[in-house]
Design a protein. Structure first.
Ligand code: PMP
Length: 449
């Protein structure tokens, strides 16, 4: 084949060339069908090729695709901000549009710092976070990310913001169980705040359910109440990174609703454009905007394509589609179905050490044997093998976890479009079972050799 001019994630790998997508399926140029059980990167929340979204794109393109936010506002941008403010928690009434999840968390970090400056406090500049977290690839976002693999090359340029352990109950660092543990991992935050000094800390950021760095690590019931209480007591803003969990992925518009907490700032991305357009947002509470409105009256941030009408019109159409087809209220039931099927598979394949998650964001972690939870040696490349076997079987899974903290093991996430039908979920399980069986047979050979 001719050389490629495109920098792809693995330069010498062969990527199938995708021709088109329909619903939960993608088809490559050779006609092979893939069941998209990862919604790409947990993004294609309403599936592929939805006519209503294509129509909305065309309609807006006929009017105007781009206006610059420093010169104009537009109807799609105004409507989208109003819609998201109405759909999210009562206090989150301000919306800043950007183009990717990384920009959304980077913006959240800057707004948190600016909030304190507007109040006359100039020392609060750190945004603490957890290990086994991912908030994006730009330098500010990566500084907040506890993802050892993605940080490694840039360590000298990054801030050391990840400070506390994740609520990783499967491998509890304290060897305890919730709620008897008293949420020791959340209380670590207070110890760290005392060491660093609250005067230096603008905010704490967390993904309600940990995605890329931990494969759907889901905290126990009162975990976020403890975190939020500590933040409030020490005058530290709480940022919920809902780039992956937002827009119904876990069964509610925002995942934090399920832990009954109201963040000061929330980031959204992925499902917001559902893969039809690059768009993301930083939602800001009224009380956070208040000193800015009284003070400089401008948020120091933004990108050329922020709030462009084309992307906003597409995102509005995605939300209308979710609402019209009552998709989010069905997520919990669908998730419970998949979770049960996966727990059945775990009984047959004990190398599935843990099945966890919320709604349609489910993680599988793999271990050498379930009793001692010892991860597979990294050079067995278990995640990579499973992903590529699944792909051969026409099933797309999301690699998450392996090596992200340098300690835990291999893991994948299953997060199909929220529109998946029962029949398609059965097909997903069938293809997964084939994959696990093939892996099991291969593994016996690897471990002997
Ligand atoms: N935050 C979270 C929770 C994410 O999962 C991701 C992407 N995996 C990001 C931020 C970064 O988003 P993007 O890749 O769109 O920049």
């Amino acid at each position: 084949m001719d050389r490629t001019f495109l920098i792809k994630p693995v330069l010498d790998a062969d990527y199938p060339l995708i021709d088109y997508g329909k619903g939960v399926y993608l088809y490559d140029a050779e006609g092979k069908e893939y069941l998209d059980a990862s919604s790409g990167a947990i993004t294609a929340n309403i599936g592929h090729g939805v006519q209503e979204i294509i129509d909305a794109m065309q309609e807006q393109a006929k009017k105007v695709s781009f206006v610059y936010r420093s010169q104009f506002t537009s109807e799609p941008a105004e409507k989208l901000a109003r819609k998201i403010a109405n759909l999210s928690l009562p206090n989150l009434n301000w919306c800043f549009f950007v183009n990717s999840g990384s920009e959304a968390t980077e913006t959240a970090m800057k707004i948190a710092i600016q909030y304190w400056q507007e109040k006359g406090v100039f020392t609060k500049t750190k945004v603490l976070s957890r290990w086994m977290s991912y908030h994006g690839i730009t330098m500010g976002a990566l500084s907040m990310s506890g993802h050892t693999g993605r940080r490694a090359r840039f360590i000298p340029l990054l801030e050391d913001f990840p400070v506390i352990q994740p609520p990783y109950c499967y491998r509890c660092p304290y060897n305890k169980e919730a709620p008897e543990c008293g949420y020791l991992c959340a209380h670590e935050l207070e110890t760290i705040i005392k060491r660093i000094g609250a005067d230096h800390i603008a905010a704490f950021i967390a993904e309600p359910v940990i995605g890329a760095a931990g494969a759907a690590i889901t905290p126990p019931k009162d975990y976020y109440k403890v975190i939020k209480e500590i933040c409030e007591r020490h005058n530290i803003l709480f940022i919920a990174d809902e780039v992956m969990t937002g827009f119904g992925r876990t069964g509610t518009m925002l995942a934090c609703e399920q832990w009954d907490i109201e963040p000061d700032i929330v980031t959204l991305g992925k499902g917001m454009g559902a893969g039809y357009t690059p768009i993301a947002a930083t939602l800001v509470g009224d009380h956070v905007m208040e000193p800015v409105l009284k003070g400089s009256k401008t948020i120091m941030g933004g990108h050329t394509l922020s709030a462009n009408p084309q992307a906003c019109a597409v995102s509005l159409a995605v939300i209308e589609y979710l609402e019209k087809n009552k998709i989010i209220p069905e997520v919990e039931k669908k998730g419970a179905f998949l979770m049960n099927e996966l727990l059945e598979l775990q009984k047959q394949y004990p190398f599935i050490g843990d099945v966890r998650g919320r709604g349609l964001m489910i993680g599988l972690e793999f271990v050498q044997n379930p009793a001692d939870k010892i991860p597979f040696p990294r050079d067995y490349q278990v995640t990579e093998r499973l992903i590529s076997l699944a792909q051969m079987n026409g099933l797309l899974l999301y690699p998450a976890g392996a090596g992200s903290d340098g300690v835990s093991g291999d893991a994948v996430m299953i997060a199909p479009p929220l529109t998946i039908s029962n029949k398609e979920m059965e097909e997903l399980i069938k293809r997964l079972k084939e994959t696990l069986q093939q892996f099991f047979e291969q593994y016996i050979n690897i471990s002997k050799g």
